[in-house]
Design a protein around this ligand. Structure first.
Ligand code: HEC
Length: 121
C-alpha cells in the first residue's frame, strides 16, 4: 500500500512538473521518464548533480538544478530545445574547448534527456 502510494505520488509530481514546462521548452513526442533512465544509463551523474537521479552527485560540470530556468546552455548558446539537443549529442561541435565529452546519446535519446532537464525548474 505504502509503495503504491509513493509511486502514484511520484507520478503525480512528475506530471505536475511537466505541466509547468513553458511552451518554448516543450519537445513533441519526447518523454521525460525515458530521459531519467537515459541520464542514469549514460552516467551524466559522474560529472553533474542532477535532481531526481539517484547517485548523480558529480562536480566536474555545473549542477543541473533549475536547468529549465537557465537562459543559455553552458553559457554558449540560447537554451532552446534544438540547441540543447545539439549540445547533448555533441558538445564539442558547439565548442571544441569544452570538457564535456560526447557521451554517445543519439538525437532521439537526447530529446528525451532534454525533456527531463526542462522539468528541472
Ligand atoms: C566527463 C564529465 C561530463 C559528463 C559525463 C557529462 N557532462 Fe555535461 N557538462 C560537463 C561540463 C564540464 C560542462 C560545462 C561545459 C562548459 O561550460 O564548457 C557540462 C555542461 C552541461 C550542460 C550545460 C549546463 C549549463 O549549466 O548550462 C548540460 C545541460 C549537460 N552538461 C548535460 C549533461 C548530460 C545530460 C549528460 C549525460 C548524458 C552529461 N552532461 C554528461 C561535463 C560532463
Amino acid at each position: 500500500m505504502i509503495r503504491w502510494g509513493s509511486a502514484v505520488g511520484s507520478a503525480l509530481l512528475l506530471a505536475a512538473c511537466e505541466a509547468e514546462v513553458p511552451a518554448e521548452h516543450q519537445i513533441p513526442g519526447a518523454d521525460p521518464r525515458a530521459g531519467v533512465v537515459l541520464i542514469a544509463q549514460f552516467g551524466c551523474g559522474a560529472c553533474h548533480r542532477v535532481p531526481g537521479i539517484p547517485g548523480a552527485k558529480g562536480a566536474v560540470g555545473p549542477p543541473l538544478d533549475g536547468f529549465g530556468r537557465r537562459g543559455y546552455v553552458a553559457g554558449r548558446i540560447p537554451n532552446v530545445p534544438d540547441g540543447l539537443v545539439r549540445w547533448l549529442v555533441d558538445p564539442k561541435a558547439i565548442d571544441s574547448q569544452t570538457v564535456m565529452p560526447r557521451v554517445g546519446l543519439d538525437h532521439d535519446q537526447a530529446r528525451h534527456v532534454a525533456a527531463y532537464l526542462y522539468t528541472l525548474r
